[in-house]
Design a protein around this ligand. Structure first.
Ligand code: 13P
Ligand code: SF4
Length: 370
């Protein structure tokens, strides 16, 4: 494929040529590259992507499904990831060594993933080691984290989780060790551990900017799950008052939320689960049923359009959209694909080998749970 045999001295096509191109022209360019490269190209798309982008994806899914798809990819030589940076890193870690992974816009990050960095987690780990036996602590990182943190978990007997397998992962962690350090999303950690019966008093929150994470030594000694002080800026916008308002205005409505929402929202809801679970639940719901859904706006709008026989509402009166997912747009996708097919690949996401090895260990532990 031309993507792996760059033209001699060829400069990549400039993005500026794409920025203002009409959508119809960009659609046509994207489809032309897909036709030309066939099975050698795999476009993966997260459910939060905008409609105009996701319709060009070969496969779509939540974070778990997308990581499984990357691990299973056989024929492709290049993966173009319509999602955010940690997802592209995960695809690079799990795909074959000769597959290149590209993110159409390198500024598509995740603000939650940015809330935990390797230095802070290592500092927390050594602070904890002063008080408790860290050999008895499983570090668990949400997949929304850097490859370096996944490698940290790999090196310390830890594991990765996603929003659809967090319970299974914590069960595994507790079968091996007494405690877990869960980062970066405190809400997913709290919601999951609470559903397993861990009392709130045994879940101190670790604030990396404060001494001992802002906790007393006793609180750490009593802990079962130490929750990192991180959150998703999109899901934190949903409030229990929104749930109450919908129940008042639409008697019989069902409230379906993502586990990145706060504990108060999850407790007020009827059902909780990952984006894949949300999709399945609405798809299988009877015609005429009515739902208020607490997750990213593009997904909820698409669900409402795809199921006109059901009433699907967005749970918040505010616009809760993931602004970094939104950075992947038609101009960036077309620009990335044209450069790929021309042999001047851009925006390759490449995890260094030493990080990759240990990050794969913690991801594989998760995938092995099924
Ligand atoms: P899932 O893909 O696991 O549902 O997580 C949603 C999300 O916030 C991705 O960043
Ligand atoms: Fe990160 Fe939240 Fe966006 Fe997901 S929705 S990518 S957790 S900021």
């Amino acid at each position: 494929m031309s993507a792996t045999t760059p033209l001699l001295d060829a400069a990549s096509l400039p993005f500026e040529d794409y920025r203002h191109a009409p959508d119809a022209e960009l659609d046509a360019r994207i489809e032309e590259v897909r036709r030309r490269l066939g099975d050698e190209l795999l476009i993966l798309g997260h459910h939060y992507q905008q409609d105009e982008v996701i319709r060009h994806a070969d496969l779509r899914g939540d974070s778990l499904k997308l990581s499984q798809l990357a691990a299973e990819s056989r024929d492709c030589r290049a993966i173009v990831f319509c999602g955010v940076h940690f997802m592209a890193e995960t695809a690079d870690i799990l795909s074959r060594d000769d597959v290149t992974v590209h993110l159409p816009d390198m500024t598509a990050g995740c603000s939650m993933a940015d809330m935990a960095d390797l230095d802070s987690v290592e500092a927390a780990w050594s602070d904890l080691a002063e008080l408790i036996d860290v050999e008895d602590v499983t570090p668990v990182t949400y997949i929304n984290s850097t490859a370096e943190l996944k490698a940290f978990c790999g090196r310390h007997g830890g594991i990765v989780c996603t929003s659809s397998n967090a319970r299974k992962v914590l069960d595994w962690a507790f079968a091996n060790r007494r405690r877990a350090l869960f980062f970066p999303d405190q809400h997913l950690g709290r919601n999951t551990a609470r559903a397993m019966g861990v009392p709130l008093e045994q879940m101190p929150v670790w604030d990396p900017r404060r001494e001992l994470g802002g906790n007393s030594p006793q609180a750490i000694e009593d802990s079962r799950v130490i929750l990192w002080r991180g959150h998703c800026s999109v899901h934190q916008m949903f409030k229990p008052a929104h749930v109450a308002q919908f129940r008042k205005q639409h008697p019989g409505i069902q409230i379906l939320v993502h586990p990145e929402c706060s504990m108060e929202v999850v407790e007020a809801a009827d059902l909780v689960g990952s984006t894949e679970y949300i999709l399945k639940t609405i798809a299988e719901a009877p015609a005429g049923s009515s739902w208020a859904v607490g997750t990213e706006l593009h997904l909820v709008n698409r669900l409402a359009a795809e199921h006109p026989d059901k009433a699907v509402h967005f749970l918040s009166p505010m616009v809760c959209m993931c602004s970094t997912m939104y950075r992947i747009d038609l101009p960036h996708l077309a620009w990335c694909l044209d450069n790929l097919t021309r042999g001047t690949p851009v925006n390759r996401v490449q995890v260094p080998e030493d990080v990759k090895r240990w990050a794969r260990t913690s991801l594989q532990r998760m995938l092995d749970l099924g």
